[in-house]
Design a protein around this ligand. Structure first.
Ligand SMILES: [Zn+2]
Ligand SMILES: [Zn+2]
Length: 337
């Protein structure tokens, strides 16, 4: 089963025979969605709880660290259960049987839903995801401990040779281990203030970006995630990704083109030799505004015909597969990596 935005990943997972079971929380209920279609709960503005990766029905990997501010929505059962008549060959049946194209004549259905969330974030907070805070605390702790032990050795021994220097290090490290908790608590007061102010500044910059550009957030996030999906899933070995946080948005013009640069913290999951590996990356996605006109999609089924030969077109393709006529792109912003 492939919606326009899921096609690339589904294809990839099918090749590797991998099924991803994702658990979502909506309110207080837990729902599940599997990439192989074995479980397809309706999800409206859900938050991811966990992802389990199965290869040939064996659990081989699990991810539990998700950003609870990212929202996801998946197509409602109502739409899948709708009765459908194929306009090309007249075949009838439930729309869910046409999602991979008409089973009789192969016409592409291009099923889309406007009310989707592919990993959108609307909230601001002061959470700093990385562990800079702990690293700074560790450095402050170590430096002060070293200075204290240097002072101690200087005051207690008459000589200051190589043995004393190594003593400074050994004592310093032991002391730093003892004092770490103390510094951790003290730093909570000293370091957390600046972190909060720093986060407030970043948040304000993002708020300003959305106010200034007047871009529809939901549409842009969906557009961005479609492009990221396409980029990763058409690359070797990448089978999944999750945006952990959007760090910055910047708009600019270059050679007559409009751009938006998005920096995000992302976890990319790859499959190699029966093993799944996750990698945390800070990625910058450069989005160029589509000036050639956008392919407009409607809620539900979209039957797109080639303007030249009338052949059935898959919205994810850039050209008609029969006559190679270029077709309009379905997004307003196109990823240029
Ligand atoms: Zn048909
Ligand atoms: Zn054509």
């Amino acid at each position: 089963m492939a919606l326009i935005s899921e096609e690339y990943q589904n294809k990839k997972l099918k090749d590797y025979n991998i099924n991803i079971k994702t658990k979502y929380i909506v309110g207080r209920e837990v729902f599940e969605r599997n990439t192989d279609g074995s479980k397809n709960d309706d999800i409206k503005c859900g938050v991811i709880l966990s992802k389990k990766y199965y290869k040939n029905n064996l659990l081989i990997h699990e991810e539990k660290d998700f950003d609870t501010r990212m929202e996801y929505t998946f197509m409602s059962k109502d739409m899948e259960q709708k009765e459908n008549v194929c306009p090309n060959c007249g075949a009838t049946g439930k729309l869910e049987n046409f999602i991979d194209g008409c089973p009789f004549c192969g016409t592409y259905y291009n099923i889309d839903y406007t009310d989707k969330e592919l990993g959108n974030k609307y909230h601001y907070d002061r959470v700093l995801r990385n562990n800079t805070y702990r690293v700074i605390t560790g450095i402050v702790d170590l430096v002060i401990s070293m200075l204290l032990s240097l002072l101690f050795i200087k005051l207690t021994s008459r000589t200051f040779n190589i043995i004393d220097v190594s003593k400074v290090f050994i004592y310093g490290i032991i002391l730093s281990l003892i004092l770490y908790y103390f510094f951790y608590t003290i730093d909570a007061y000293i370091v957390l203030g600046p972190i909060k102010r720093y986060k407030d500044k970043i948040n304000q910059r993002q708020i300003n970006f959305w106010n200034r550009t007047r871009i529809d957030k939901k549409r842009f996030f969906n557009n961005l995630n479609y492009e990221i999906k396409k980029y990763y899933y058409t690359k070797d070995n990448i089978i999944d990704y999750d945006i952990l946080d959007y760090l910055s948005f910047k708009e600019y013009k270059d050679k007559g083109n409009e751009y938006i640069e998005v920096t995000a913290e992302v976890r990319v999951i790859s499959y190699n030799n029966n093993k799944i590996k996750s990698k945390y990356l800070k990625e910058t996605y450069k989005m160029r505004k589509n000036t050639k006109g956008k392919l407009e999609l409607e809620e539900g089924k979209n039957i797109i015909k080639c303007p030249n030969c009338g052949g059935s077109i898959n919205a994810n393709d850039s050209k008609c597969k029969f006559c190679s006529t270029e077709i309009k792109y379905l997004q307003e912003w196109i990823l240029e990596k």
